[in-house]
Structure formats: C-alpha cells, structure tokens
Design a protein around this ligand. Structure first.
Ligand SMILES: Cc1cc2nc3c(=O)[nH]c(=O)nc-3n(C[C@H](O)[C@H](O)[C@H](O)COP(=O)(O)OP(=O)(O)OC[C@H]3O[C@@H](n4cnc5c(N)ncnc54)[C@H](O)[C@@H]3O)c2cc1C
Length: 303
C-alpha cells in the first residue's frame, strides 16, 4: 500500500495530483502528489501527527516567491485557507495576523487601528506565513522589526510559540524555519501609535512607488536573487546584459532587472534555466555568486 492510500482522515480536503501552477504568481509547474486544505488548526495538527514521518510536507502561501518545477511536488503540499486568515488588533499597538492573511490586509487593518510601522507590508504581495519564513520586507523595514512572536506547528503537529529571537532572522531568512519543517499559524506584531489617516497616506505612497518600479501585473516571483552584500542584483543582471532579453517564454523584466517574468508560455524549466544562465554569466563576468531568493520546489519534468 502506498502512502497515498494510507492518508489520515481529515475534515478539510485532500486532493490528489492537484495542479499547483494556478496557486503561484509565476503560473508554472506540475501537480502536488497530494494537496491538503485543512479545515482549521485542529484538523491540521491531527493530520501532521498521524501522517507517516517519511512523507515530505511542503507549505505554500500565495506563491509570490515560489517556482514549482514541472514534475510537480512530492508528498503533501499544504495550503492554509480562511480559518487561518484572521487579523485582529490586540491592544497596545499590537495586532495578530493568521498565516493565510495577506500582508496587505495586515497593513490595512493595522492602519485602521492606528498602529504605525507595518505599512511596508502594503508592498509585499505575499501571505503572513510567507513573510514569517522569508523575513519579508521593503523600503528599509522587515518582519524582524515588527514581530513579537510567531505560532507554528512542528512536523509532529505540536504547537510552538517562537519569539522573534528564536526565529533567527537575517536578510530574507529565518534560520529556525530553514532548520526545521514548521507550519506557521500566525504572528503577533507590534507597531507604534499614529493617526490612521497619516498611516494610510504612507501606504498609498508605497502603492504608487510599487506601480512605477516593479512589474506587479506580470507573472513573476518578485526579486529572483538576494542582493549580495554591498551590491544590487538588478545592477549585476543589467550590466551583464540580461535586462529584457527573451529566453523562451522567460525574461528578466525590462522594468526591474531582478524580476524574472513568465512572458507567456514558459515552463518552470525555462524560468529556472534562465536564472541559472544569468547566475553563471554574472559569476563569469564579476566573480559574484548570486543566491536564489525565489524558492524552487519539486521535481524536474523528466524525473
Ligand atoms: C511583484 C512582487 C513583489 C515582491 N516584493 C517583495 C518585497 O518588496 N519584499 C519581499 O520581502 N518580498 C517581495 N516579494 C516576494 C514575496 O512576496 C515574499 O517573499 C512573500 O513573503 C512570500 O509570501 P507567499 O505567501 O507568497 O509565500 P510562498 O511563495 O507561497 O512561499 C514562500 C516560502 O514560505 C513558505 N511558507 C509559506 N507559508 C507558510 C506557512 N504558513 N508556514 C510555513 N512555511 C510557509 C513556503 O514553504 C516557502 O518556503 C515580491 C513578490 C512579487 C511577486
């Protein structure tokens, strides 16, 4: 009997061979062996506790930083829904947000409650779960600056409360999340009091700036590579001649040279292949090793 025939009983939905491309911004890639959409936290915890520990588990937020390879994803992919998307002020400039809430929603609710400091989330098109893993941020602010603590389940379904320090944040990384498979349930954030209208005005500025400088209506994964210390990836890509150069159905955006875009019918292999070609070329020309910021998950098509 295969592991797929011995899945725990759930109250949510278990979908076999479910295409993942529609769940990602880049709109490429194959299916999940199994996609689990838990009903609520207890359903998720029970599932993790009962699932064979040999089965790999992968979390997907809203897929704004993920490239799913063409052969699909082995094991169980988990996507959190409405039951995990609560956003509510908790008093004293603190606000809770569930992992499935959009960052923009967290920013908006914080602004309405007169909590300043979270407006940068207006510029990040991901979910709170993705932000907790990626230490998402922009314009000089990041998750590390505003997070009090995060709530997660471990692979065995046990609930953990992790302080900001325990998450070991650095540039677009949590050392703790990289070391151990965690399912984030949400986070408690803290800002400072300010006038809601002034916060909203700052959020509007962020929206306008984004529209002008990033291809936010394209099929993209945001910044493809992390910025090497003291350097800008977009500049290295631009200077190596890759800005706007077509490569199958893939291209580094003419508007922002570090944004990889699917211009039409790209396969995941085209996008990843272009990224690798650019890494090799930039390395040959400058000696700089670009590091992927986009998470690439799954198997290549031939596997
Ligand atoms: C147009 C555009 C602009 C962007 N601009 C920025 C920016 O300014 N700053 C920035 O930081 N990022 C930016 N990004 C990248 C992206 O939005 C962030 O990395 C975001 O935090 C990813 O969230 P997500 O929900 O899309 O995560 P996904 O892409 O779905 O997943 C990213 C990682 O988080 C993990 N994950 C997601 N949810 C959970 C969970 N509940 N528990 C455990 N693990 C989880 C996934 O397994 C994966 O490893 C941009 C992307 C786009 C497309």
């Amino acid at each position: 009997m295969s592991w797929q025939d011995a899945l725990p009983t759930v109250r949510g939905r278990l979908l076999r061979d479910e295409p993942l491309a529609p769940f990602t911004w880049l709109r490429v890639g194959g299916p999940a062996d199994v996609l689990f959409l838990p009903q609520d936290e207890a359903d998720l915890a029970d599932f993790l506790a009962a699932l064979d520990t040999a089965v790999p588990v992968t979390l997907l937020g809203v897929g704004s930083n993920t490239l799913v390879r063409d052969g699909g994803v082995e094991g169980v992919v988990i996507r959190l829904g409405k039951a995990f998307a609560t956003v509510e002020p908790r008093g004293g400039s603190r606000i809770f947000a569930g992992a499935a809430a959009l960052d923009a929603n967290l920013a908006r609710e914080a602004a309405k409650a007169g909590i300043a400091g979270l407006e940068f989330y207006r510029g990040v098109p991901g979910s709170v779960g993705g932000a907790l893993v990626m230490n998402a941020g922009c314009y000089g602010a990041e998750t590390k600056d505003v997070l009090v603590e995060a709530y997660a389940l471990d692979r065995a379904g046990r609930r953990l409360t992790l302080s900001n320090a325990e998450l070991g944040y650095s540039y677009r990384k949590s050392a703790r999340a990289a070391a151990e498979p965690l399912v984030f349930l949400g986070g408690l954030f803290e800002g400072r009091p300010d006038d809601p209208a002034a916060i909203m005005a700052r959020m509007d500025e962020i929206t306008a700036r984004r529209e002008q400088t990033q291809p936010i209506r394209e099929k993209t994964g945001g910044s493809t590579f992390k910025n090497p210390p003291g350097q800008s990836s977009w500049k290295l890509i631009d200077e190596a001649g890759w800005r706007g150069k077509p490569f199958g159905g893939a291209m580094f955006s003419p508007l922002h040279a570090n944004f990889l875009i699917n211009t039409g019918e790209a396969a995941a292999a085209d996008l990843e292949g272009l990224g690798e070609a650019v890494r090799a070329d930039v390395h040959a020309k400058t000696g700089v090793e670009l590091e992927w910021e986009i998470k690439r998950i799954g198997r290549p098509a031939s596997a």
